[in-house]
Structures are given as C-alpha cells and as structure tokens.
Design a protein around this ligand. Structure first.
Ligand code: NAP
Length: 338
C-alpha cells in the first residue's frame, strides 16, 4: 500500500465554541512534486487564535477556509524531495502548508531555516509571526517610552510575552495579565514583567488599578472583554492602544452583553486624546529584516525568553486548538507532527 498523507479538513463551521465535529480526518496519497515543486514533510504545526476566524464564513481581512478544505496554518517542514533549484532534500523551511503531514510547495511560501541558529520551532513563535506581531505592533503603534506603563493580556502567550519583554527593554514598566497562578508566575519570574495579574481574580479590576498607580500609557489589546473594561478607566491622556486581537470574543455568538458603551468610549477618545489603532501584522512586513536581527540578538543576550507548549501528533490538533481559545495552552502552542 502506498504511504498516505494525513490531513485535517474543516468539516463544518462552528457556532460559538468549536468542537471536534468541526474537523474531519482524511487520508490521501502523498503527492509527487512536479517541475519547480518540493515535497514537504511537516515537522511542526503552529496553532494560532486567527484560525478561529478562518473557520467562520464572516467577512474578515483574510478569506475563510472552505468546507472540505485543509485547515490553514504555518508549519516547519523538511524538504523530502526537491524539483526546485533553490531547495534540496533535508532543508528545513518555514511554510504555510496547513494541518497535514505532507504538502507540495512551489517555493513562494517558503523561508529556509538554519537549525544551528535557533531551534526551528521558534520560527512559529518568538522568531516568527507572533513575535513579529508583538515587535511591530508595540514599537510602531504603542511607542513605549522609559517610565511609562504598558499593559498586555494573554501575557504568557507568544504575542503578550514578547510585548512585555520589549516594553522592559525600552525602559517601560510591564504589567502582564494571564489566567491562573502558574501563568502569572511564568510572566513574572521567567519573562520579567514588573507585575502579573490573574484576570480570573474576583478583585481583578482593583488589583489592576493598584498595579498602575500612574495610569496606563500603552494598552496592547489582545483579548477585549472584561480585561478591556478594567483597563479603560485607567488610560492616561495620549494613551496608545494597538488593537491586535480580541480572543475573549472569538467564540461569541450574536450581540455582546451589557449596555452600549460606545458613547463613553468616544468621549474618552476625545477628551483623553486616545489613539486606538487596529492592525494586522503583515502590514508592517517591511520591518521583518530588522525584527529578525533585533529579536535574534535579544534572545541570544537572554533579554527575551520564550515558552513553548508542544503537543504530540497531528491528531491532537483540534483539541489543542479548542483548548487554546480557552487558555489551556502554556506558552506558544505547537503540534509536533513528525
Ligand atoms: N493582529 C495580528 O496581526 C495578530 C497576529 C497574531 C496574533 N494576534 C492576536 O494576538 C492575541 C494573542 O495571540 P497568541 O498567539 O499570543 O495567543 P495565546 O496567548 O497563545 O493564546 C490565547 C490566549 O488568550 C487568552 N484568553 C482566552 N480567552 C480569554 C479571556 N476571555 N480573557 C482573557 N484572556 C483570554 C488565554 O490566556 P489566559 O489563560 O492567560 O487567559 C489564551 O491562552 C490573539 O488575540 C490573536 O488573535 C493578532
């Protein structure tokens, strides 16, 4: 029997929280590379919150995954066979081959990785898209200054952890928000944030106020929801709010709870001269070379640390992904495929 390729397809669109039924496992023959193509063996698959948006049919900044299509995702892969002049068997590459064990590529989505320079998994986290999101979003839009207070939630994940550590490098105070004591300990003790707060604490809003005696100058918005409610009254005049993600509402259905607070928001945007700016990381692609250079140096100097949560086997991807949206990951979530 010929060797088969395991793929995970989108079976149906979730309403609210995704469930394992939204995914379907398929076995297809491993394809052969044509002229100008490479055959990839996927080693690691990145699981990221944006994938929840791809499962939905709602209009967004990127097209949805169609029902029956392989789920999208960034991967680290080994070139198994090459009919492309720039790649040889054995090369390790960053690719965008999705939730499957093998894939073909014409090279346009590939970037060669040097396993001697850094563990290849970092290309999916601190030295990849999430790290770049933190770097470009914080430095370009947040613009932290020495002595200012920077607040970020999902602070044990790859974006939030990197935001706080860059804020510290720039001389700002970093206040991290995370779910539970273990994540808070990681944020404070390993990543060196000045303060780490548990958003599940019943006195979270009071604790945040106490942790920000001079108010908040930069709020890097990763989550929305109750964290935003607690942050909003503490924002200083001229505060910057890069809006990176709203993971607390990715599984929401229908209208949001509570009264319409838009007039209050607009009043403070005006009276406090707030800058609220959404962004998608790829708009800053011109900064990638500077990011790779600077981040690699910060990691080498021990000024930026990272935590990876590696789960075993492609079959584990749906459950791990569902868990991430609820905070069950402990650091950058990666699936070891082979
Ligand atoms: N704009 C862009 O280009 C871009 C690019 C990459 C990522 N992002 C966004 O950046 C954010 C962080 O991404 P990541 O990859 O670093 O994710 P992550 O932190 O590894 O995982 C998501 C985390 O969100 C937290 N969370 C979930 N529900 C929450 C809630 N109701 N309140 C507070 N926190 C909640 C959980 O952490 P706790 O257990 O700590 O609550 C969970 O671990 C996401 O919103 C993502 O969509 C945006």
């Amino acid at each position: 029997m010929t060797e088969q390729n395991l793929q995970i397809l989108l079976a149906s669109r979730p309403v609210g929280r995704p469930s394992p039924d939204n995914f379907e496992f398929a076995q297809t023959p491993i394809p052969s590379p044509g002229e100008g193509q490479v055959l990839l063996k996927i080693r690691y698959l990145s699981l990221d919150p944006y994938m929840r948006g791809r499962m939905s049919a709602a209009k967004s900044y990127a097209a949805s995954v169609e029902i029956g299509q392989v789920m999208e995702g960034g991967t680290v892969a080994e070139v198994l066979e090459s009919r492309h002049p720039d790649y040889a068997a054995g090369d390790m590459v960053l690719s965008y081959s999705g939730w499957q064990a093998h894939a073909l590529s014409d090279g346009t989505d590939l970037r060669k990785l040097d396993p001697q320079q850094a563990p290849v998994t970092t290309a999916l986290g601190v030295l990849g898209m999430p790290g770049f999101t933190a770097y470009a979003g914080l430095l370009t839009l947040g613009q932290p200054k020495p002595g200012e207070t920077v607040v970020v939630a999902a602070a044990s994940g790859p974006v939030g952890a990197t935001v706080g550590q860059i804020a510290r490098i720039k001389g700002a105070r970093a206040v991290g928000i995370a779910g539970g004591p273990d994540k808070c300990a990681l944020v404070r003790d390993a990543f060196g944030f000045d303060v780490a707060l548990d958003h599940r604490s019943p006195t979270f809003a009071e604790e945040l106020q106490a942790a920000c005696p001079d108010g908040i100058d930069v709020y890097f918005e990763n989550v929305g929801g109750k964290v935003w409610d607690a942050v909003f009254p503490l924002l200083n005049t001229f505060a910057r709010i890069p809006v990176c993600g709203l993971v607390a509402q990715y599984n929401s259905t229908g209208p949001f709870d509570g009264p319409d607070r838009l007039p209050i928001l607009m009043r403070d945007v005006l009276t406090k001269s707030l800058t609220i700016r959404g962004f998608i990381q790829r708009e800053f692609h011109a900064q990638r070379p500077a990011f790779y250079r600077e981040m690699a140096q910060w990691i080498a100097e021990g000024r930026v640390k990272y935590q990876e949560d590696i789960v075993d086997g492609l079959e584990s991807a749906p459950e791990a992904f569902i868990g991430m949206l609820e905070g069950r990951n402990f650091g950058k979530l990666i699936v070891q495929v082979s």
